[in-house]
Design a protein around this ligand. Structure first.
Ligand code: ADP
Ligand SMILES: N[C@@H](CCOP(=O)(O)O)C(=O)O
Length: 291
């Protein structure tokens, strides 16, 4: 048997749509695998009642198939599905690491990225790697085509998850198909600023570099109370605010000393908009870990 704790992740970070991602130290999924003649799946935990156990429909079924590693797979969900916190990626990455160890496949974390991305294709229709890369490698990751780059980082942030479900597939449907040159230049400037901020462990630069004018405003429309939550987080000392992944979670990097205050402000602003939410006081952290 092998057991892996796999982290939530936040993709895009505003300016890095489909490219940037970070691993978070909470929440996490726990994935346990045992060898079997055919793959079976057992789900428990947050939102598990909404996740199919059929290996054709659960992301870990595709991962087991890609590794030719049939197993009984038990997943205890800590990352709520359709959260914008890489719920499906946490399971995919956790299963990839666990099955690679169980069957002694000897693949590196980098080699497991396309394997875990097969799981993402099951739910979003595309094998995008911006969540599975940080879930496997930890820190801040840049997924560009087949190439993935990672740097360690330790930025404090708040991830506030409202009681709204936004499926990644639906949120991909609202992404504009074109952008002006002015917006492209702005996005490149933000993305570069954010990357420098990650390398320097500087939350102010990371927050500044999240600013983006094409995808984020379209996605924010799907999140009741987003503008008020953004304002409240900035007033409470956040260095920046953006939609986490495809939403509905909203993330805000900040100094350690401000994190509690920012978390309370975001939850209160969602409540004022009539939406219950939960704030995770978290930080950029390591990837999936074998027990
Ligand atoms: N092991 C799994 N963990 C989470 N979601 C899964 C899993 N397998 C299949 N799914 C499906 O994936 C969808 C959630 O994925 P996604 O929309 O990408 O959420 P998130 O934004 O949290 O990553 C749900 O429809 C869920 O039923
Ligand atoms: N780049 C993807 C990321 C989706 O992340 P998730 O956590 O919402 O699954 C997108 O923005 O569609």
């Amino acid at each position: 048997m092998q057991t892996v704790r796999a982290p939530a992740t936040s993709a895009n970070l505003g300016s890095g749509f489909d490219v940037f991602g970070v691993a978070l130290d909470r929440p996490t999924d726990v994935v346990r695998v045992e060898k079997a003649d055919r793959t079976t799946i057992e789900m428990t935990g947050v939102g598990s009642q909404y996740i199919p156990e059929d290996p054709e429909k659960n992301v870990v079924g595709a991962v087991a198939e890609a590794l030719d590693a049939p197993a009984h797979i038990k997943i205890d969900k800590g990352v709520r599905p359709s959260s914008g916190l890489g719920s499906s990626a946490a399971s995919s990455a956790g299963a990839a690491v666990a099955l690679n160890a169980l069957y002694d496949r000897g693949l590196s974390r980098e080699e497991l990225v396309p394997v875990a991305a097969e799981g993402e294709a099951v739910v979003s229709g595309e094998a995008h790697a911006d969540n599975v890369a940080p879930a496997l490698l930890g820190g801040f990751t840049v997924a560009r085509g087949d190439a993935v780059t990672a740097v360690d980082a330790s930025i404090p942030l708040v991830a506030c998850l409202p009681e709204i479900a936004v499926s990644t597939r639906d949120a991909r449907g609202v992404v504009p198909t074109s952008a002006s040159m002015e917006d492209v230049v702005h996005t490149v400037g933000s993305a570069a600023t954010l990357a420098v901020g990650m390398c320097r462990d500087d939350p102010e630069l990371v927050g500044l570099g999240m600013d983006e004018r094409v995808v984020t405003p379209a996605r924010a429309e799907l999140i009741t109370g987003y503008d008020a939550v953004r304002e409240a987080a900035l007033e409470a000392g956040a260095a920046g605010v953006t939609v986490s992944g495809a939403g509905p979670a909203v993330i805000a990097p900040c100094r350690d000393s401000n994190r509690r205050h920012v978390a309370a402000a975001m939850v209160d602003a969602f409540a004022d908009a009539g939406v219950e939410s939960r704030a995770y006081q978290t930080r950029v952290s390591q990837g999936a870990t074998l027990y």
